[in-house]
Write a protein of this length. Structure first.
Length: 319
């Protein structure tokens, strides 16, 4: 049952961290290269009721003649509204494309599958991009071996926010590897298609956590014109910043005197357990209290907000 599944953590971009590591312009450029700039601005918690509503009603049909304008292929209910959309309409709802740009060649040719150059050459690409002596394996190869530290950072973002993994082991999935390759090679990627495929995958794996909660909340905010009432919802999982402390715990960076630097590529070196702070140790307990609807005062734990009145009126939905 969906209601007993845990919610995967989402991480938001922490811009002071990007500035400190001198990678802000590179991260912006690489996300812009695939048409995913909007992804960097999404910073919402996961709400139990919103995610359950989407997942219990979601379907993604892929007929043999599927195009971006094929009607009624993405279906779900959210905030009591039944949605039945083409991929074009889904991308517009997500805010990843403007209505007037859906006929542009750049968008029409955006990747909905692994491109031939990548599918043919990904083993050689891995050999060129990494210091790993082993052949690329999507279930074993780790992003910590990537030579480019910016790609290592972006992989962490994707692992949390697209794949929904804790990712302590830095496993680089084939899809994540493909997105990085597209960024480097300026290949536009159709976000709506890959998101719908990922949502569908969750339904076929009964033990997989509920992922993409932040994106689902983002969609709800963009549906304001379709909804005119208040909804009572609970935070299932707050969104935490992908900041210096988080990256240090994961072994992506380390401190050198008063500055943080990227760790050299290779075997992952996690920060010793002795340096884990008390709030980090307590966070699973706090999260458990939240799921049990035991709410603490905001002055004690600022991100446990209890029951919220969720008013969906923050932006307009373009149809």
């Amino acid at each position: 049952m969906l209601r007993v599944r845990p919610f995967a953590a989402c991480k938001s971009v922490h811009h002071p961290t990007l500035d400190h590591l001198h990678i802000a312009s590179d991260v912006d450029r690489l996300f812009a290269a695939i048409g995913w700039q909007r992804y960097l601005t999404i910073d919402y918690p996961s709400y139990s009721e919103l995610s359950w509503e989407v997942y219990t009603t979601f379907s993604f049909d892929k007929p043999s003649n599927l195009t971006l304008s094929t009607p009624d292929v993405v279906k779900f209910r959210l905030l009591g509204v039944d949605m039945s959309l083409s991929l074009n309409e889904f991308n517009i709802l997500l805010g990843f494309i403007d209505p007037e740009a859906v006929s542009s060649p750049e968008y029409m040719n955006s990747a909905c599958d692994y491109g031939q150059p990548f599918s043919r050459d990904y083993i050689d690409i891995w050999r060129e991009w990494s210091v790993d002596k082993f052949t690329y394996n999507p279930s074993k190869s780790k992003s910590s071996y990537l030579k480019d530290p910016v790609l290592r950072y972006i992989h962490k973002f994707l692992a949390f926010n697209f794949s929904g993994r804790k990712d302590a082991s830095c496993i680089l999935s084939k899809a994540e590897f493909y997105f990085l390759w597209c960024m480097v090679n300026n290949v536009k990627v159709n976000f709506g298609y890959w998101l719908a495929s990922q949502l569908k995958t969750v339904l076929t794996k009964p033990h997989k956590p509920l992922i993409l909660g932040s994106i689902i909340t983002h969609i709800a905010h963009r549906m304001c014109d379709l909804v005119g009432e208040d909804f009572k919802v609970h935070i299932a999982r707050p969104t935490d910043p992908l900041d210096l402390a988080c990256l240090e715990r994961m072994g992506v960076i380390h401190r050198v005197q008063d500055q943080y630097q990227f760790a050299p590529p290779g075997k992952l070196r996690l920060r010793p357990p002795a340096s884990i702070t008390l709030p980090l140790l307590l966070s699973p307990l706090l999260l458990r209290l939240q799921t049990m609807q035991v709410f603490l005062h905001p002055s004690h734990v600022h991100h446990l907000n209890g029951m919220l009145s969720f008013r969906v009126c923050m932006c307009r939905y373009s149809s």
